[in-house]
Design a protein around this ligand. Structure first.
Ligand SMILES: C[S@@+](CC[C@H](N)C(=O)[O-])C[C@H]1O[C@@H](n2cnc3c(N)ncnc32)[C@H](O)[C@@H]1O
Length: 511
């Protein structure tokens, strides 16, 4: 007998009691990230590829947790009795009416994916994946992906009045924001995403989220402003218009460009925006040193001044970028479609005259000053920790402090070394002794920063013992180097500012 076809549904919040009952069923079964991961033996994405389904099915027991995972994670089917037992206190009829399961000839199918989050007690419903990614409909509502998690880690979680999640999808960023914003506005152009976001807000008890339907800032009223704006847009630079969640349909990197240019208008003074973006390097060599050039240009076009902080995840040559964003086709063994997509994308990039393509994030802070600051950092290859934004706020506040400190004031500050770093030296045998040819300070936490240390700076660092002011450290270094204190100071102060700015050194009282 042919397998029963799955039906795509959109979850409904017409009966709020039913949504609450579904949440109770999930909680009663222990449907947490740790339990689901353990039951599946999956990695942290909780992704189960088609070839892993039989093994996953064998691992899952027949209890409520196993049944719910079959329905909502591995696209399996269960008997009506199993479904009724696992979904209680929600009745099977209510679950069908709500659109989270469908009834086939004899068995119950999951109609949405529902995944718990790592590190928080939220669950998010999204569309089921298709076995063949090219069969996904254009209005597919994606679940929580690497980009969703990156944006959430980069978002500052401090109490605010109003937050905006632009392009909310299943509502992931909005539900997190609802924990620390009094009111959240979440918008999406895709009506099915709007329905999923409303459903997930209710499933997670977030009653301070208003979900609106609309295109870009069209869903925001004139004069509305926010303390926090988060946006994970369809930032991928692509010639396709296959999926609303991925392809903006706009030319080249215009979706990111427009966003960076427009967002400041909707920020309250001191308000923060966190955006994911992709941008084009006109020349492949720009990917080395000049990577932030286009982003600087976009921020400069904004009518309202903002401090900007650019984070690069990576820059790629056109072929690597095309491969990266189409690899789902390769993973699903759709090789002819994969090859055609990579060819189409690379032709598009040739037509645009692209040297390389980058993606990453932008922080904007509305600040009415004449010369706002710009800062650039690389994101580490590994995932950021959930509290990464706290560390970034500390660095931002350090930059605020440094901006207000004259050199004379800086010289009077106490200075110490932060504990979470190491100094790596490469020494080479030369002229009868080992001599340092390369030295770097390295921090593995947060942005995993690295700073080159030349011999004069090494002499400065040798004097930082937590008991001296910056001025005393520089005098100590001038004696050790046998140099003029004023010259050493003039040379070393910018480097000290850099080390403080990147969290290698801390300013404070003298110990
Ligand atoms: C990459 S998904 C991000 C979803 C979710 N915010 C997250 O972080 O996981 C992009 C979302 O933007 C929505 N979107 C695309 N174009 C839009 C537009 N012009 N206006 C509003 N939303 C849009 C898509 O429907 C999709 O839900």
């Amino acid at each position: 007998m042919a397998p029963e076809a799955r039906h795509r549904t959109t979850p409904s919040i017409r009966r709020p009691d039913s949504v609450v009952a579904l949440r109770r069923a999930l909680d009663a079964a222990g449907y947490t990230f740790a339990a689901v991961r353990e039951a599946l033996g999956a990695d942290e994405t909780l992704m189960v590829l088609p070839h892993q389904v039989p093994l996953a099915n064998r691992r899952l027991g027949d209890g409520p947790l196993g049944t719910l995972i079959r329905l909502f994670v591995v696209d399996g089917t269960v008997t009506t009795e199993q479904a009724a037992r696992a979904l209680a206190p929600l009745s099977l009829q209510e679950a069908i009416g709500m659109g989270v399961v469908t009834l086939g000839r004899s068995r119950v199918h999951g109609a949405v994916r529902i995944l718990p989050t790592n590190g928080a007690s939220f669950v998010f419903a999204s569309d089921l994946d298709a076995t063949d990614p090219s069969d996904l409909p254009a209005d597919f509502v994606m679940g929580v992906t690497e980009s969703s998690r990156l944006l959430a880690c980069l978002t500052v979680r401090r109490p605010v009045e109003r937050a905006l999640d632009l392009g909310t999808g299943c509502g992931y960023q909005a539900v997190f924001a609802a924990q620390h914003a009094r009111q959240v506005v979440a918008t999406d152009v895709n009506p099915r995403a709007v329905a999923f976001a409303r459903f997930n807000a209710m499933l997670n008890g977030a009653d301070n989220i208003e979900v609106r339907s609309g295109d870009g800032f069209g869903a925001v009223q004139e004069g509305e402003a926010f303390d926090l704006i988060v946006c994970n847009p369809p930032f991928v630079i692509s010639p396709d218009r296959a999926f609303t969640y991925r392809d903006s349909g706009l030319h080249a990197d215009d979706v990111s460009h427009n966003l960076v240019r427009q967002v400041p208008r909707f920020l309250r003074p001191s308000g923060l925006a966190h955006l994911l973006v992709s941008w084009i390097h006109p020349h492949s060599s720009d990917a080395d040193d000049e990577w932030s050039g286009p982003l600087r240009g976009w921020v400069a076009e904004a009518a309202e001044p903002c401090d900007a902080w650019f984070f690069r995840k990576g820059s790629y040559d056109p072929l690597a970028y095309a491969i990266m964003w189409n690899q789902r086709l390769a993973l699903a063994n759709q090789m002819p479609r994969y090859v055609a997509a990579v060819d189409r994308w690379t032709r598009y990039f040739e037509h645009l005259g692209v040297g390389a393509l980058a993606w990453g994030a932008v922080w904007l802070r509305r600040r009415d000053v004449e010369r706002p600051r710009v800062r650039c950092d690389e994101l580490p290859e590994a995932s950021l920790s959930a509290d990464a934004a706290n560390e970034l706020v500390r660095l931002l506040e350090t930059d605020d402090l440094l901006e207000g400190l004259s050199d004379a004031e800086l010289l009077a500050c106490g200075v110490s070394v932060r504990g979470d770093q190491r100094l790596e030296q490469v020494m080479r045998w030369s002229g009868g002794a080992f001599r340092t040819v390369d030295a770097s300070l390295i921090r593995d936490t947060g942005l995993a920063s690295r700073a080159e240390v030349d011999p004069p700076l090494a002499a400065v660092l040798a004097g930082v013992d937590g008991s001296r002011t910056v001025g005393q450290v520089l005098e100590h270094a001038a004696r050790a180097l046998g140099g003029d204190p004023a010259a050493v100071s003039a040379q070393a102060l910018p480097a000290i500012r850099q080390l403080v700015s990147h969290g290698f050194l801390e300013l404070g009282g003298v110990g």
